[in-house]
Design a protein. Sequence first.
Length: 418
Amino acid sequence: MQSEINPWSANQSIDTDKLFTEFGIEPIEPVIPEIHNPPAFLRRGIVIGHRDYRPIVDAMNNNTPFHVLTGFMPSGHPHLGHLMVMKEVAWHVQQGGNGYVAVADREAHAVRNISWDKCNEYGREYLTCLYALGYEGETYYQSTNNRLKDLAFEAAIKMNFSDLQAIYGFGQETALAHAMSVATQVADILFPQEDAGPAPTIVPVGIDQDPHIRLTRDIAHKLRFFTVEMRDGYVSVRSKNAPEEALAAVHTAFPGSKKYEGHVDIKGAGLADVDAKVRSIEIEYGGFGFYSPSATYHYFMQGLQGGKMSSSVPESFIGFCDTDKAVKKKIMGAVTGGRMTLEEQKKLGGEPEKCSVYLLNLFHMVDDDDELTEICRACKAGELMCGTCKKATYERVKEFLADFKERMDEAEHKVDER
Ligand code: TRP
Ligand code: SF4
């Protein structure tokens, strides 16, 4: 089924029921109670769904290793629309994750026609923002990471044009470099495990990136030499495409195991132990032992003109380097969920769930849940008028940006020192 979720489309209106019923994304809500001190993006429904997030929650709760990776396409200056993903990566690192951030300059150059110089400049800005948020971990540019490119090549062995057509609608006219940038993104998502060893990996992304996640999960699976499963009283290690010596090594690693044509049965050892050993044998014999990556999906922050917050529509976003004057103008001119007249507003109340100003507060500007609830209530009750609300929001944004710019200045040297 060709996805209706297209990573390169400007149209991001999303039918959430379809996400769950047709695409197999799971709702995030049932997982939240298992998370200690869930941050705003989880509490407030900004992150809406996930694939396989439970192993990550377990890793956070049990202090076992996990990786977190995301990527940014440097096709313009970073703005508030990018802040959510940045916060998600930084938070997972704080929860014990081993952090990686990719600057997707190959994708920006191939798909968006951005020059390498510009990629470099925008990439620096993204990284500065991340460090300003307290991010700690690896960062790299796709174009200069040779091991990444090798991994992309390996991944490409398991990709074919009919999959690319089915997933992205690629056709005869699609540039080969576009397909290569897909392989590179697959490699990004698997890179932490290649670099630091197999472990569950969380990839926080916007919903539009799900096709890449599905493809990568599929490829991670195809690259495995073995499947490891609990059967009745024993663990079965079955070869998918393992070299014969690797299967023999599994047999040797577990004394008393039985080796058959294409599989080894192991009694007296736990699933987790066998699983870990098998992954390390895979690596020893030229494989990867990858876990299929997990993902969380968040809504995009609505632009100030409705629609998507996009670099190509300056009035739609608030940039980290916008002047106060520009920010004020954008917020005061924003599309709200307010009524046509003050009278109507007082009588009917506003519609915060449709309001770009409210969503700005919900996403980033109001930390305190009670304060946010009060804004929502007063708006709906017709007690809060849009003019007042916008001014208050502008004051919050101004303060946020002043503080953030200071942090960016302090963090800039980290970009050079990486
Ligand atoms: N394609 C992503 C975007 O358009 C950027 C990206 C590249 C990415 N590599 C990634 C996102 C790996 C998540 C994981 O923004
Ligand atoms: Fe939006 Fe505020 Fe107006 Fe309500 S009062 S519609 S939250 S701007």
